[in-house]
Ligand binder design. Structure first.
Ligand code: GLN
Length: 503
């Protein structure tokens, strides 16, 4: 097999070949390790032939895991927000430059226990704050389809690596859209699981009540395979409960009997949605009907207030979580010679970038006495309303669908001077995060940006009730087969029997 063919396989396809003895896992790992990163997608990479690429698990060709799913040495890219023992972990921030954690995040450990090997740590917006990967202290990540455009964020390095042939699959984190939006902008699949499905232990905290780990993959089958390994209860994270019945590989071929809710005021008709994105969304609704799915009107009256609530709650939690970066415990230390207070101030002034400082100030203000009820208290009420909207809507439908992002990938620099324009990127993804429900973005063709120019990927978002991941992935799989051009890698049948006896 040529290197190009090797790098175009989905992870499940590669796994089938490794299982059949047609491909060696070392050869597959090295093919990725030897690619050139022209996208600035990685902050750290394993060397080809490296023994210790796995911070928590077996070395090369030690591919038989204890559990039921074996990933047989498959390479996986890890967002640099996950702690990896002995491997620099920065969360895209200068304040953590040089920090080598003494332990490994549970999500990474679960991958290693299943036999996967860490291919590299991916670039990201600083502390996962951003929608374009222009907030990394270590430089922008480029969109593999058009280097003048952003890959989305904050898991932009993971999305660019998977889309650009630098990793077969990756994990990222999503607080308000950071898996789904970059997946959409790079033309891949991104899943934010139900809050609590995957442990947050060892995942550097941004907004703890929203942060969730999830897969970025080339197709829906790979997303299911990765989620199955990642999910589970973890005694080290009291909010992790796992997915009770596990996750099954998707196989559904039609959407008969399933109802898809469309909220007129939270869909392609919403102001600010690009024409091409709206057209792709409508075409995907047609595809749902062709597959026998039914479209139903639903109301999500509070969803439009999601961003306002999110930009109070997330900064409030961030201001508290980021207090620990003080020059004492991790990474950078400045101004020590002038006393403790000067050290705090100078370390934080030099270590944090502008967006992180903006969030810390917003959050501290929202939590200060006298303003707490007016901002934080109100935002929590909106959050409850949004969750109630979804619960009410799911009484009359199985899933809710929206465009993932109002626009296709935008040009680098286009929104850096306007935080509000940047925040609007997450208009459709934030409400699901606030409600804690799972949502997946799948590629839904390409569309021209409103300003003209070559076509770029568009994402289609499907959200379901809490812990409906198996059904959600099944529906996404059926739709994926209908949308994707025949002959593309994702429309080939996936391996069978991979996850037998798991769950
Ligand atoms: N773009 C959003 C923000 O900047 C979401 C980020 C995320 O999901 N981590 O907060």
């Amino acid at each position: 097999m040529s290197a190009a063919e090797l790098l175009s396989l989905t992870a499940s396809q590669a796994l089938s070949r490794i299982e059949a003895g047609e491909l060696s896992s070392d050869e597959y790992f090295d093919a990725y390790a030897e690619t050139e990163d022209g996208l600035n997608a990685y902050l750290w990479r394993a060397d080809a032939g490296e023994e210790g690429a796995n911070p928590a698990g077996p070395g090369r060709e030690a591919e038989e895991p204890a559990g039921s799913v074996s990933l047989r040495g498959l390479p996986v890219a890890i967002k640099d927000i996950f702690c990896t023992e002995g491997i620099e972990t920065t969360a895209g921030s200068a304040i953590l430059a040089g920090y080598r954690p003494p332990y490994t995040a549970t999500a990474v450990e679960r991958l290693a226990d299943a036999g996967a090997r860490v291919l590299g740590k991916t670039n990201m917006d600083e502390f996962a704050m951003g929608s374009s990967n222009e907030n990394s202290a270590f430089g922008d990540v480029l969109n593999p389809i058009d280097h003048q455009r952003v890959p989305g964020g904050s898991s932009g390095g993971s999305a660019a690596a998977v889309s650009g042939g630098l990793a077969p699959w990756a994990i990222g984190t999503d607080t308000g859209g950071s898996i789904r939006q970059p997946a959409a902008l790079c033309g891949i699949v991104g899943l934010k699981p139900t809050y609590g499905a995957i442990s947050r232990y060892g995942m550097i905290a941004f907004a703890s009540s929203l942060d969730q780990c999830g897969p970025l993959t080339r197709d829906v089958t790979d997303a299911a395979l990765l989620l199955n390994v990642l999910q589970g209860r973890d005694p080290r994270d009291s909010t992790s409960v796992g997915i009770a019945d596990g996750v099954e590989l998707p196989s559904r071929e039609d959407l008969g009997g399933l109802r898809f809710g469309v909220a007129r005021d939270f869909s392609h008709e919403t102001e600010g949605v690009e024409r091409g994105v709206a057209a792709s969304f409508k075409a995907t609704l047609d595809a749902i009907e062709r597959l026998g799915g039914e479209l139903v009107d639903v109301q999500l009256p509070s969803a439009e207030h999601g961003l306002s609530a999110y930009y109070v709650i997330a900064p409030a939690e961030a201001s508290s979580n980021l207090a620990r970066f003080d020059g004492v415990r991790y990474g950078m230390r400045n101004g020590e010679e002038d006393g403790l207070l000067a050290m705090y101030e100078r370390t934080r002034a030099a270590g944090f970038g502008p967006e992180v400082k903006r969030r810390i100030m917003l959050g501290t203000y929202a939590l200060s006495s006298g303003y707490y009820d007016a901002y934080y208290g109100q935002a929590q009420k909106v959050r409850t309303r949004i969750a109630q909207d979804f619960a009410a809507a799911f009484a009359s439908c199985d899933f809710i669908v929206t465009p993932t992002s109002p626009t296709v990938a935008f040009e680098r620099g286009a929104r850096t001077d306007n935080p509000l324009a940047m925040y609007l990127s997450d208009y459709f993804t934030v409400p699901m995060s606030l409600a804690g429900i799972p949502a997946i973005s799948i590629p839904a063709g390409n569309a021209e940006p409103d300003g003209g120019g070559p076509e770029l990927p568009v994402g289609f978002q499907i959200a379901g009730p809490a812990f409906s991941e198996t059904r959600l992935l099944d529906a996404a799989f059926a739709l994926e087969q209908e949308i994707l051009p025949v002959g593309s890698s994702a429309s080939r049948p996936g391996p069978t029997g991979l996850m037998e006896g798991s769950g």
